[in-house]
Ligand binder design. Structure first.
Ligand SMILES: Nc1nc2c(ncn2[C@@H]2O[C@H](COP(=O)(O)OP(=O)(O)OP(=O)(O)O)[C@@H](O)[C@H]2O)c(=O)[nH]1
Ligand SMILES: [Mg+2]
Length: 323
């Protein structure tokens, strides 16, 4: 008798407050880096699709397309980029077969214990906002991932599990560390089993659905976020202007870092160009690893006042301008 291998495929939206670890979890499930990660809030600006080949408990193969989303927070009415980021996050939810809500468990605990910072308070408020949104949309198959358990004694997690169970939103609760992969396997099996039976949606060896030029720009943006402090990362954006595959197999990538004001230019450049050199060096190393080729990276800094209100900047990354 013919016993065909069953395949499953579908979409999982990864949502949650800024900095909860959504991109780290997406990368962990995919098994390679498809989405940038930093210690700062609001790192992810648009939907990034990571493609994971996972297995159900029965051994069926499932292609799970993880839609990593920007954090869900309360954007200021005047902040167009922020509004469009939150819109992109909820759009990911509507189209998905299952949802993972990632929560920063230690931040939650600190806040409940009265030791929380201002950021912890925001994180708890944003989590409540996500829960309210999920209730409103009556989503099915919503999994809660209490993340960063490597930073928290496990007995304290039981209280949190009780608290979140009471909300009656979550199909199941997982305790994970996206960073050291603790608990990720159980979540991965659950997600695989939640996908509908379907042929694969992407070639089995594809890890991300993001244009190479955009991925290259994201890598540089991550290095800017990691290297520069305060408001500057948020005031900047990166674009890949030119991509040249050279005859000898190397790749030349020309990118522009846009800042909002003249006064921000010297900060990105640094003394004698040191800062931009460091950013470029770190970005180039990641690009080489990603492409498996030698990369020649050329970075330019330009001022474009008001890039956050420029429609073309949104279309390129799939964000909607008028939300
Ligand atoms: N200790 C610990 N840190 C983690 C874990 N997961 C993520 N982090 C850290 O938390 C920070 C934020 O991680 P991201 O994956 O960028 O979070 P995000 O939810 O995608 O953030 P936004 O894109 O800004 O909304 C980074 O410094 C990560 O290294 C974890 O399981 N344990
Ligand atoms: Mg992110």
């Amino acid at each position: 008798m013919n016993n065909p291998i069953k395949t499953r495929a579908g979409f999982v939206a990864v949502i949650g407050a800024p900095n909860a670890g959504k991109s780290t979890l997406t990368n962990a499930l995919v098994g390679e880096k498809v989405s940038i990660v930093t210690h700062k809030v609001q790192t992810t600006r648009f939907q990034v699709r990571g493609i994971a080949m996972l297995e159900t408990t029965e051994g069926d193969e499932a292609q799970v397309v993880l839609v990593d989303t920007p954090g869900i927070f309360a954007p200021k009415e005047t902040d167009r980029l922020a509004k469009s980021m939150v819109h992109a996050a909820w759009t990911g939810v509507g189209d998905s077969d299952a949802i993972v809500h990632v929560v920063d468990a230690p931040a939650h605990h600190r806040y409940k214990n009265g030791e929380g910072s201002a950021q912890d308070r925001l994180c708890v408020e944003d989590t409540q906002r996500v829960v309210a949104g999920l209730k409103l949309r009556q989503q099915k198959k919503v999994f809660l991932a209490l993340n960063k358990i490597d930073e928290m004694p496990h007995d304290l997690l039981l209280e949190q599990i009780a608290e979140f169970s009471k909300l009656e939103v979550f199909t199941e609760i997982f305790m994970i560390s996206a960073l050291n992969l603790d608990g990720v396997d159980a979540l991965s099996k659950m997600l695989a089993g939640s996908m509908p039976q379907s042929p694969f949606l992407y070639p089995a060896d594809q890890a991300a659905d993001i244009p190479s030029r955009l991925m290259a720009a994201e890598i540089t943006r991550e290095k800017i976020f990691l290297r520069l402090h305060d408001e500057l990362p948020y005031a900047s954006t990166v674009e890949t202007e030119k991509w040249t595959n050279q005859k000898n197999g190397d790749v030349r990538i020309d990118q522009v870092i846009y800042v909002r004001r003249d006064s921000q230019k010297p900060i990105v450049l640094g003394k004698g160009g040191k800062t931009i050199k460091d950013i470029g060096g770190a970005a180039r190393r990641d690009m080489q690893e990603w492409l498996g080729k030698k990369v020649h990276l050329f970075l330019f800094v330009k001022v474009r006042d008001n890039w956050q209100n420029d429609k073309a900047r949104y279309v390129e990354s799939g964000l909607e301008f008028d939300v």
